[in-house]
Design a protein around this ligand. Structure first.
Ligand SMILES: [Zn+2]
Length: 69
């Protein structure tokens, strides 16, 4: 029986700008940023949406891998 000793974080994605197939590490290569600040009356301090992204090394395109709703 095969066991996972450590969960893998390597992922693959295709850059939609240049078409490069990229292999990235979810822990090491993904950057996080706030994409917008939402100000509402019941949350006066603001609550920012966040997204995670990688930068394509070939064309420097930002590829979003994860985002909050
Ligand atoms: Zn690219």
């Amino acid at each position: 029986m095969i066991k996972i000793l450590k969960t893998g974080t390597k992922k693959e994605t295709t850059c939609d700008k240049c078409g490069a197939l990229l292999s990235y590490d979810e822990c090491e290569d993904v950057k996080e940023e706030c994409i917008e600040k939402v100000f509402t009356t019941n949350m006066p301090s603001g609550h920012g949406r966040k997204q995670k992204y990688i930068i394509c090394p070939q064309c420097k395109n930002k590829i979003v891998t994860w985002a909050t709703r």
